[in-house]
Design a protein around this ligand. Structure first.
Ligand code: PEP
Ligand code: MG
Length: 593
């Protein structure tokens, strides 16, 4: 293919998960890049040293693989894994693989890490051209061998990846740890092969307010580092090599989008009250304490969901009580926020810290995550609870347990909480007087037994991201089934209604903190459902407030009642979208939604 052909404009479609438009240069991110320093040698005299390092890393890698092979052999379990290890060893001994790397070091004058990476890339190019699917897939063995060599070259040290300005990250996927290792302030946007609207990559992109499109399937194959690229996170597209005409159009679209965002800020400081005086509390969802100023700026009344598992992510050692405390002290009783809801850590699923072994669970979303993990790792749980309680003296605190599926779990969590509280009181620690305990309603069984659960807690918060995942049986991070991910599914609406009604009958507050709460197209439906609090990513608050302030509770209930008579999602969606367009033409027509 000639260079000119390569520069032709093309558009790729995915799932827009964080709105806005950016125009920048692509950077193809490989998970290993986050840990590996790549640099040119400042002096050709350093070449010999790099060659020595490479050979040493080869020897170490081979030794480790042989040890692994022996261990596996002792365990029994068939020959297949042993053959695979043999293949990796053969690659490491392969003359061509070694010579190419040595040649890269000598001729390009780069460090050994970069040379290995170039060798693997070269093989990838060759394998990409293979017709046979099976053979093409075998590149993974070369990549594996390369990664092991790189890991040995890097040793334990990790360096944050150095990025130029104005970069759009292109990756297969970005774990929270990956994002944390990138110098995120230089990143304009993300585009990834996999993921869905509520995968944590998407949540992070929204929380740091950078446009993102996920689930693009093969953008990592179509785009190269330094390609010019536009990401439109609202429309869910990436435009590669935009021609001047397209570029101009997007520059204008970007300007308009940013102006609309600025205008919406006028609503941030106003209360979320309908025209007929129904007041909804507005929470901000945060992953990092650095987002608190944004929550205040965008008009949150309090923090409705602090995802504390992010304290565990991207660190070499587990956080201790003082680490936790420092975080909670920044969020409880903060000026400008009336309350803080701290969710105890929800690790597992698609959120892990470095020592966890996600691969051990074939089905992590149904595995040992959230409260299940806490009740197994009681000491870890207690450390967090102690720190939360110590911070309670600063202001109004709501503690929330994730993924409760049965009464035993909430009772066990409360027992541990009471033990920790009593220990602290016995020590003379001063605690706050305004502490509420709540649970997330995100497993269908919790909806079914909501009446019993309501007797145990002060509030419910509906986590629609998981509730929808579990009730519709779709993996929230699997882009192949995102078309089934439907907040307006009649089953979902009925479940939400059930939870609100039961909660209110029991005299407790019912909040919603899943992504559904921040979607303005659903705001009237949620008003009609009678939720007391909507908690969302801070950027979404002004627009949701605008809708609430422009609507009445009465019309919202009428809308909901009508919607509840439909049996299909298609009818509901068409009806709700048409109603919102009619009611708020400025909001829903101008944005093409
Ligand atoms: C949810 O499941 O809706 C939720 C808010 O929790 P998370 O997205 O962190 O699982
Ligand atoms: Mg959840």
């Amino acid at each position: 293919m000639a260079d000119d052909d390569l520069k032709k404009t093309f558009v790729m479609k995915g799932i827009g998960v964080s709105p806005g438009i950016v125009i920048g240069k692509a950077y193809l991110f490989d998970r290993l890049d986050a840990q590996v320093p790549f640099y040119k040698l400042s002096d050709p005299g350093l070449v010999t040293g790099e060659i020595r390092r490479f050979r040493k890393a080869l020897r170490e890698s081979e030794k480790q693989l042989l040890e692994l092979k022996n261990r596996l052999g002792d365990l029994g379990g068939g020959m297949e894994p042993l053959y695979i290890i043999d293949v990796h060893i053969m690659i490491m001994r392969d003359r061509k693989f070694i010579d190419l790397t040595l040649q890269n070091i000598r001729e390009m004058c780069v460090n050994a890490e970069w040379a290995v990476r170039m060798t693997v890339d070269k093989y990838r190019e060759i394998f990409d051209r293979m017709e046979d699917d099976y053979l093409r897939g075998r590149i993974s063995d070369i990549q594996y061998a390369g990664q092991r060599i790189l890991a040995n070259l890097v040793g334990k040290e990790r360096a944050a990846i150095e990025l130029g300005e104005g970069i759009v990250i292109i990756a297969a996927d970005l774990s929270p740890a990956d994002t944390a290792q990138l110098k995120i302030d230089k990143v304009l946007g993300f585009a990834t092969d996999i993921g869905g609207k509520t995968s944590h990559t998407a949540i992070i992109a929204r929380s740091i307010a950078i446009p993102a499109v996920v689930g693009m399937e093969n953008i990592t194959r179509a785009v190269r580092t330094n390609d010019e690229i536009i990401i439109d996170g609202s429309a869910g597209v990436a435009i590669v090599h935009p021609d001047p005409e397209v570029r101009k159009r997007y520059e204008e679209k970007k300007r308009l989008y940013e102006k609309a965002q600025d205008d919406l800020l006028d609503y941030a400081g106003l209360p979320a009250v309908t025209k007929d005086h129904y007041r909804v509390e507005i929470g901000g969802n945060i992953e990092f304490i650095e987002e608190i100023p944004s929550a205040i700026l965008h008009g949150a009344d309090g923090i409705g969901l602090y995802r504390t598992e992010f304290i565990y992510i991207n660190r070499e050692r587990l956080p201790d009580e003082e680490d936790h405390l420092a975080h909670y002290r920044s969020v409880v009783g903060v000026k400008g926020l009336s309350w803080a809801t701290i969710r105890t850590f929800d690790l597992g699923g698609d959120k892990f810290f470095p020592d966890m072994k996600p691969s051990r669970e074939l089905n992590p979303q149904l595995g040992l995550r959230a409260i299940r993990f806490c009740l197994k790792e009681v000491e870890l749980f207690k450390i967090q609870l102690r720190a939360i309680l110590r911070a309670s003296v600063q202001g109004k605190l709501r503690i929330m347990f994730p993924m409760i599926s049965g009464i035993e779990e909430i009772r066990a969590a409360k027992r541990i909480f009471t033990d920790v509280k009593n220990e602290l009181l016995a020590r003379g620690t001063e605690l706050g007087t305004e502490i509420e305990i709540g649970i997330m309603i995100e497993v269908p069984s919790a909806v079914i037994i909501a009446e019993e659960l309501a007797k145990e807690v002060d509030f419910f918060s509906i986590g629609t991201n998981d509730l929808i995942q579990y009730v519709l049986a779709i993996d929230r991070i699997n882009e192949r089934v995102t078309y089934l991910y439907e907040p307006l599914h009649p089953a979902v609406l009925r479940l939400i209604k059930q939870v609100v009604d039961i909660g209110h009958r029991a005299g407790i507050r019912v909040a919603m903190c899943g992504e559904m709460a921040g979607e303005p197209a659903y705001t009237m439906i949620l008003l009609g459902l009678g939720l007391d609090e909507l908690s969302m990513n801070p950027l979404a608050i002004p627009r949701v407030k605008k809708i609430i302030r422009g609507a009445t509770l009465k019309e919202s209930k009428t809308l909901l009642n009508k919607v509840m008579t439909f049996s299909s999602t298609t009818e509901i969606r068409a009806f709700v979208e048409a109603a919102m367009r009619k009611r708020f033409p400025e909001e829903f027509l101008a944005n093409g939604q």
